[in-house]
Write a protein that binds this ligand. Structure first.
Ligand code: NOJ
Ligand code: CA
Length: 583
């Protein structure tokens, strides 16, 4: 991939974009039922990007919208009962079409969340498949008669067979096989019992899923966020997983038989050909590309990275979740970044994310009395200046936190199951977006309680208040996103590390090939709570001279004014400093 600025038009849009994840239940309610909806997203599009880079607009380029399909909402939409419609709670298919048109008008791309590993138990396919063992759709799901009961001979075989193996349902903390009384077989559900897993080895099922993908691509979506891609295929012999010492999220098992089967890669390749058909001339018109971003549910970065395909013929991007597990340390982040750069195949494009709807928000994760907000700035500056596509989670731009939820307010099935261990439930990071200082933070207007509580500090911490304050976190995000737009080197430039964590400083340079004449940018991030005197002393020896040769001025930062020379050789606690040097 060339990284010359003059070749910018050849760079696919998704490598240059800033993505923003919307959890639709929690973004904006328009009909007063206390639940966010698609018209709510439409209403807030100008906030996300008004297409004109006005000061009131954040400037993101693409949305990932979590599921809005018809669903009984056992897992809040990750249990789909109709793949080609919109749940009435969120609006209508027409609302979605309007959303797409309005987003595209503002140069915002939209990728939607597809959950193809399982359906809801209320999906007509499952209802049909479970109607009898001879149902033509029986094989669309995973059924098993079970193992002979222990001591069955004693009880005349009247007892229910044992579960086929030791696989576990992650949100139920129980075995993943659920007894279907009517047809006397087990079906598989490794999240909840209401999310039966489809049989991706069945070719008709595959075709049905590919048709689903075509449906939304035909409507004009820019791609998919694919839920748990590495779970699609299970071991054909249903072997038990070996036990392991890792409690979370692996439930003390090595998931070699219920996930991560090699055959899954064939499916990803097929899906890639399918999306590529929508951009036949992508080499010349990279902006036509429709993309696949896959969730590879695992802590193993190497395993996730494999889903790009060794020939880059699988997912455009496999989510890189490694930041979600890092302690607050420049060295830890440096190692995490390098891990991903090293893991992805040559030619694949990196990505980074700090928060999502399944993990505690990073604002709270990195809490430090008096420094929480400063840390949030360091984190944002890192996310938005590394080489790789950044994914933001709604509300992180105003510093939304994890809200402790009372037991009676819990919604998440996993949170209910693991109560009172707060660490696991996912409600705290899913609370409604904080728009203004009104009682329900502008999320809902008609006095009906929102589906999850809103923190009291939303009176102060909200979009309206922060918009007016030039020093707010929101304006900090806006400025970083604007800097990325203005300086394409931040989008596509190469990265060279200058300080890999020494003295808790992470520093790197982003630049393009020299003949290009475009500027280089150097980023200094002090993760520490102490000032670092003479920080240039810690530059890697091979970079020190090069750095000194150039004329750097401040582009942006937390402690210095833009346009000035570097000045003070001291890096303050949690200082963010971006320097620019014209070649
Ligand atoms: C991963 C999703 O991100 C999560 O929210 C969901 O509960 C599971 N997959 C099951 O679909
Ligand atoms: Ca609503």
């Amino acid at each position: 991939m060339s990284n010359r600025i003059r070749d910018l038009h050849k760079v696919p849009w998704w490598q240059r974009a800033v993505f923003y994840q919307i959890y639709p239940r929690s973004f904006q309610d328009t009909n007063g039922d206390g639940i966010g909806d698609l018209p709510g997203i439409i209403r807030r599009l100008d906030y996300l990007n008004d297409g004109a880079q006005n000061a009131a607009s954040l400037g993101v380029d693409a949305l990932w919208i979590s599921p809005f399909y018809p669903s009984p909402m056992t897992d809040f939409g990750y249990d789909i009962k109709d793949y080609t419609d919109v749940d009435a709670m969120f609006g209508s298919l027409q609302d979605f079409k309007t959303l797409l048109t309005e987003a595209h008008k503002r140069n915002i791309r939209v990728i939607i969340d597809l959950v193809l590993n399982h359906t809801s138990d209320q999906h007509p396919w499952f209802i049909e498949a479970s109607s009898s063992r001879d149902s033509p759709r029986r094989d669309w799901y995973l059924w098993h008669p079970g193992r002979p009961p222990r001591f069955g001979w004693l009880l005349g075989q009247r007892r229910r067979p044992r579960k086929p193996n030791n696989w576990l349902a992650i949100f139920e903390l129980k075995g993943a096989w659920w007894w279907h009384r009517q047809t006397r077989e087990y079906y598989l559900g490794t999240f909840t019992r209401s999310q039966p897993e489809v049989n991706w080895r069945n070719l008709e099922l595959r075709e049905a899923m590919y048709d689903v993908m075509r449906f939304w691509l035909d409507l004009g979506v820019d791609g998919y966020r694919l839920d748990v891609v590495n779970w699609f295929i299970k071991d054909d012999q249903f072997r038990s997983n070996p036990w392991s010492m890792v409690m979370s999220p692996d439930l003390f098992q090595e998931h070699i038989y219920d996930r991560n089967r090699p055959e899954t890669h064939d499916i990803c390749r097929r899906m890639r050909t399918l999306t590529d058909e929508y951009a036949p001339d992508a080499r010349r018109r990279p902006n036509d590309e429709r993309i696949l971003v896959g969730e590879v549910f695992s802590r193993n970065a190497g395993l996730a990275a494999e889903f790009h395909g060794y020939n880059n013929d699988e997912l455009h991007m496999a989510f890189n979740f490694d930041f979600l597990y890092q302690p607050w340390s420049a060295r830890a982040f440096h190692q995490s970044i390098m891990r991903w750069y090293d893991a992805i195949p040559a030619g694949a494009w990196p990505n980074f994310t700090l928060s999502n709807h399944d993990q505690p928000r990073h604002y709270g994760r990195y809490r430090k009395p008096l420094f929480t907000e400063a840390r949030a700035r360091v984190a944002a500056a890192m996310l938005l200046t590394l080489k790789g596509t950044p994914f933001l989670y709604y509300g992180e731009e105003i510093g939304m936190d994890n809200l402790p939820i009372r037991r009676s307010d819990l919604q998440d099935p996993f949170g209910k199951k693991t109560w009172p261990i707060r660490k696991f439930g996912r409600d705290p990071e899913r609370t409604p977006m904080q728009w203004d200082s009104s009682p329900f933070a502008g999320f809902t207007e008609h006095g009906r309680r929102p589906w999850l509580p809103i923190p009291r500090n939303s009176v102060r911490r909200n979009v309206e208040v922060q918009r007016e304050d030039p020093r707010s976190l929101l304006n900090f995000y806006r400025a970083l996103i604007a800097a990325r737009k203005k300086h394409a080197v931040l989008q596509i430039g190469e990265i060279t590390f200058l300080i890999p964590g020494t003295r808790n400083i992470l520093a790197y340079r982003r630049d393009v090939q020299h003949d290009d004449g475009s500027p280089s940018i150097a980023v200094f991030l002090n993760f520490g709570l102490r000032r670092v005197l003479d920080f240039q002393r810690y530059l890697h020896p091979s970079e020190r001279e090069r750095f000194a040769e150039r004329n750097w001025t401040v582009l942006f930062g937390t402690h210095r004014d833009a346009g000035n020379a570097v000045g003070l050789p001291t890096l303050q606690a949690c200082e963010v400093l971006l320097l620019v040097s014209e070649n």
